[in-house]
Design a binder for this molecule. Structure first.
Ligand code: IVH
Length: 687
């Protein structure tokens, strides 16, 4: 692979993996199987090994988990909570043992004892004990900083509040897995459904959702269990070996896994793996592999860590469970952001104890790569969790005449063109403004702060109005009373509304009938058109009439209008194409025209040429306390300044708030003038 492709692929993988991490860790709602996730990480690692110079600062290989959310207080772990490297084959396991032997320079006659234990599929927690008392409990978070869930962890019967025995260390962070048994998961889900709540997708999600509750009383009612298997900060090591240490944890009152075993050879390790794999279905809780750890703690210490995982341990993952079935149909679903996702409809088949009727096919490349066709017999897999996958198709069983699948080029929901950008795997619907599948997202964007800023019209209200068909398109917001007869009194009568809030909503809507051009452009939700692009467009075209006329002409990509659009500073090919595609859609143009009839769009203000900062390049860093970053940027630009993202010799002023870091150093290096936020405000004449 050429270096440029490798860099692009690493960027794509960083984005995709970060997205999966967010879904898994922060939202407890993963959308790919563990096996697919592992494959992405493996690909990332393989490319990085070939091109170490391309390793990105935000590389998934440098991260563990996902940054703690704002929901809970933050806890800095005494010692980082790391992840484990994976082994997928017997060879990976022998490689691990050989690596350890080489690192420690072990002689051929020296024994390397290894502990083996099930890898529990739950979520890890760190429990800090001081003088034997439980004082702080946290989730893993990004490995360095986790979420403070002390009150919630205290409600678990498996977690001692006070350690038993007299030989407890001054300080110890005991670590292990919080999980839910299959039986408890089934009854919890039954209860959830009876209460009209959403059922959890799997025991891991149920455990994570139960632990990360703001109200510990809810956690208390949830049947969570805990196994202790390691420790972080410790004023004294809990033993000389992993085996002793786990025994000590047991003596202090922690449940530890009774299946843990000390093994003396590779054969014994691999036999253990087979035994646990055979027992997997009858354990009563989810496991996704076996963890091996070097038994001697002095050796663990010598082996240490490499980036995000210890050298002294490895997770030997189970392969995903698979079954064969027939594929009836390939349906295309359109997501909230317009992405077209193919879904395979299957003849029901049991995989790993669950009946599977649908499986994701991810995108059109995936269908082409696997050459999946309607009528095929396919191998389906479930990796212990989430959405089932199609592994491959069995070509020998293909019915005669089965045709290669043709991915639609129009949105099956609204009929607009569905396009694929260069370097993207997803095909997206371009009917953003009118596509019902995207309506909620688009309307929320339209009313949001930096767009129309309609106060009192939060996302819950948008969802409710949409569900009751009061609005479908942005223009409907301004027609609530006229078209739908939903005036202030009708809205006031709705659940969650009153006369005051309804009156406020209508006043806010009225106030926005006049709006700045850049807000209007941003509100359209055109792909790649963020706030600064919207401003650049507004400045360039001046009036909405000119903007719409030029964009309609630019829909033809060989026109001069398109070339002009492409020439605007900050607008590249991708952005220009996205805008052209938006205006190419008849439906979008019609909605824009409807809006123009209802609204008064202000002319764009030309930036002032004679201000203290006109023509200057400004960089903002650190926390701004008087205004948000976007506002500060907009204000600077309206005064004729250019706002840059990084400091260089060309920078004129660095505005540094608290927490400023590397940019401050860069500014000093280049002799750039550094001022505080207050000094900046004084310079530009206040807010
Ligand atoms: S030992 C330095 N033992 O697997 C890391 N981890 O994929 C020591 N896990 O973050 C971890 N069962 O949440 C260890 N028996 C076990 C485990 C286990 C599950 C989890 C843990 C860890 C993740 C890594």
């Amino acid at each position: 692979m050429p270096e440029a492709d490798a860099a692009r692929e690493l960027e794509r993988l960083a984005r995709e993996i970060a997205d999966h991490d967010k879904r898994y860790f922060a939202e407890d709602a993963p959308c790919v199987s563990d096996a697919d996730y592992d494959a992405l990480k493996k690909r990332n690692a393989a490319i990085e090994a070939k091109f170490p110079q391309l390793i990105r600062p935000d590389s998934p290989s440098r991260r563990v988990g996902f940054a703690a959310t704002e929901k809970f207080g933050k806890v800095k772990h005494g010692v980082a909570m790391l992840s484990l490297d994976n082994a997928f084959s017997d060879k990976d396991v022998t490689d691990f043992l050989e690596r350890v032997g080489r690192f420690l320079s072990l002689g051929a006659d020296e024994d390397l004892a290894i502990t083996a234990e099930p890898k529990i599929d739950g979520l890890s927690a760190s429990l800090r004990y001081e003088k034997g008392r439980f004082v702080l409990g946290a989730t893993r978070g990004d490995g360095e900083v986790g979420e403070d869930v002390t009150a919630n962890l205290r409600t678990l019967g498996d977690i001692p509040h006070v350690l038993k025995g007299c030989d407890v260390p001054e300080v110890i962070e005991v670590r292990g897995e919080v999980f839910m048994s299959h039986a408890d998961f089934a009854s919890l889900n039954k209860e959830q459904v009876a209460l009209g709540e959403k059922a959890f997708a799997n025991p891991r999600n149920a455990a994570a959702g139960s632990l990360r509750q703001l109200d510990a009383k809810i956690t208390k009612r949830r049947p969570l269990k805990f196994f202790a298997y390691t420790w972080g900060e410790a004023s004294k090591l809990p033993g000389k070996t992993q085996t002793d240490a786990i025994e000590a944890l047991g003596a202090w009152g922690f449940p530890t896994n009774p299946l843990m075993k000390r093994c003396a050879s590779v054969d014994e390790i691999l036999k253990y793996y087979e035994k646990i794999a055979a027992k997997r279905a009858s354990l009563g809780y989810d496991i996704d592999g076996v963890v091996y750890k070097v038994d001697r703690l002095d050796w663990q210490q010598r082996l240490g860590f490499v980036s995000r995982a210890p050298r002294w341990a490895v997770a030997h993952k189970f392969p995903a469970e698979q079954a064969e079935t027939e594929l009836f149909e390939i349906d295309i679903q359109v997501g909230r952001t317009g992405v077209l996702t193919p879904v395979a409809r299957l003849k029901p088949v049991t995989v790993g104890g669950v009946v599977v009727t649908n499986a994701t096919l991810h995108n059109e490349d995936e269908i082409a790569r696997k050459d999946v066709r309607v009528g095929d017999t396919v191998v389906v897999q479930r990796a212990g969790d989430v959405i089932p996958q199609i592994v491959r198709t069995i070509v020998e069983k293909r019915p005669k005449g089965a045709k290669a699948f043709k991915f639609p080029e129009v949105c099956p929901v609204c009929g607009s063109h569905a396009v694929r950008e260069e370097g993207e795997v997803a095909r997206r619907c371009t009917g953003g403004l009118i596509c019902p599948a995207q309506a909620a997202e688009r309307l929320k964007h339209f009313v949001s702060r930096n767009a129309f800023d309609i106060e009192g019209f939060g996302s819950k209200h948008v969802d409710a109005f949409l569900a009751d068909r009061l609005i479908a398109h942005p223009s409907d917001i301004f027609l609530l009373e006229k078209k739908f007869g939903a005036g202030p009194s009708a809205i006031a009568a709705r659940e969650g509304w009153g006369p005051q809030s309804a009156a406020k909503l209508f006043a806010a809507i009225e106030a926005r009938r006049t709006v700045a051009l850049h807000r209007f452009i941003f509100a359209l939700g055109i792909r790649h058109v963020g706030e600064s692009t919207a401003r650049a467009l507004a400045l360039n075209y001046g009036t909405v009439a000119q903007f719409v006329a030029a964009m309609t002409a630019a829909a033809d990509e060989v026109s001069t209008a398109f070339a002009e659009l492409n020439a605007i500073e900050g607008i590249g090919d991708t952005v220009a194409k996205a805008i052209a595609e938006f205006f190419e859609e008849e439906h979008n143009r019609a909605e824009v025209a409807r809006l123009l009839e209802l609204l008064d769009i202000e002319e764009a203000e030309k930036p002032k040429a004679d201000t203290a900062v006109s023509g200057k390049t400004i960089v903002f860093t650190g926390t701004l306390e008087k205004m948000g970053r976007n506002e500060a940027k907009a204000r600077a630009e309206s005064l004729g300044a250019k706002v840059a993202g990084s400091v260089s010799a060309k920078t004129d002023i660095l505005v540094a708030g608290p927490g400023a870091g590397s940019k401050l150093k860069e500014a000093e290096k280049h002799g750039v003038k550094v001022i505080s936020e207050d000094e900046w405000l004084a310079l530009i004449g206040g807010r």
